[in-house]
Ligand binder design. Structure first.
Ligand SMILES: Cc1cc2nc3c(=O)[nH]c(=O)nc-3n(C[C@H](O)[C@H](O)[C@H](O)COP(=O)(O)O)c2cc1C
Length: 257
């Protein structure tokens, strides 16, 4: 339905509506021109206060990629055409400041408010990067799993204070053609003037759960049982060890609780 409505309206929309994460790539490396195009497309995203508060690190050293593959237990961390690590970066903006400036900035730089700005900037840049790659016939997947051992990643990339690794993006020539993953119905996501009551949402989500269950059961790879709500509620009920992330952020000068 959504494809019929907009996907063919223009090439940008066609690329957006055709998105699916790619987790298997041929062994072709990205060219320098492809890398530069992806990074410069990322840089054209909007940026809060024009602070451009993110950095992108290309991980090309085979030994480092192998190590990251091992800690994440994710083959496509290593087997891809190029691996980008996106970081929230509140360090570069103050590089030109004096020592006194650094001290006076430290309160703001540690705040949840500026951390949020940096994360949003990085996320917008990342989506531009993914779309740029997809528009060139490449595939991509965003990977939070690169943070599994965040201290080691921080050390590997030699990140200064106020720079926080967020996620990786593996890009390459697709060696699989997964089906598009159906999204929530639009009326479960877009409301006018007020948030939707749960009673309305339940009916929409119930229908979506059935649809996505069918999708998981019938897709060509990685079939599984269950729907959308059940899986996410189960995840949110687990006792994920999150203290490590909070402690790590503090160690980077980000006093977010
Ligand atoms: C912040 C973020 C982190 C993600 N982390 C991972 C990951 O660690 N491993 C993975 O295989 N996919 C990861 N994904 C991809 C999602 O699983 C995927 O986008 C989602 O299931 C929707 O599927 P689609 O992208 O194919 O439409 C991540 C996506 C985002 C936005």
């Amino acid at each position: 339905m959504r494809n019929e409505v907009v996907a063919t309206a223009n090439e940008v929309l066609a690329t957006i509506m055709n998105h699916r994460s790619i987790r298997k790539f041929t062994n072709e490396r990205l060219t320098q021109a492809q890398i530069a195009t992806i990074v410069q497309a990322a840089q054209m995203a909007a940026s809060s206060s024009f602070m451009q508060s993110y950095s992108i690190i290309g991980l090309t050293d085979p030994a480092l990629k192998r190590e990251l593959r091992d800690t994440t237990r994710t083959p496509y961390v290593e087997d891809n055409g190029h691996l980008f690590i996106f970081c929230a970066d509140l360090h570069r903006v103050g590089v030109m400041g004096s020592e006194e400036d650094q001290q006076q900035m430290s309160g703001m730089l540690a705040s949840a408010a500026f951390y949020q700005i940096a994360v949003v900037d990085a996320a917008l840049a990342a989506q531009n990067a993914v779309l740029a790659a997809e528009s060139m016939g490449l595939g991509a997947v965003i990977m939070g799993s690169v943070n599994r051992d965040i201290k080691r990643l921080d050390e590997m990339l030699q990140l200064p204070a106020h720079v926080m690794p967020l996620f990786g993006i593996a890009v390459g020539v697709p060696d699989q053609e997964p089906e598009i993953k159906p999204r929530l119905p639009m009326d479960a996501v877009y409301f006018e003037n007020r948030y939707a009551p749960d009673a309305e949402q339940r009916a929409r989500i119930e229908a979506y759960d059935l649809g996505i269950e069918r999708y998981y059961q019938t897709r060509s790879e990685n079939n599984r049982a269950g729907g959308w709500s059940g899986a996410n509620i189960a995840k949110l009920k687990t006792n994920m060890p999150l203290q490590g992330l909070t402690d790590f952020m503090r160690s980077k000068g980000l006093n977010v609780t």
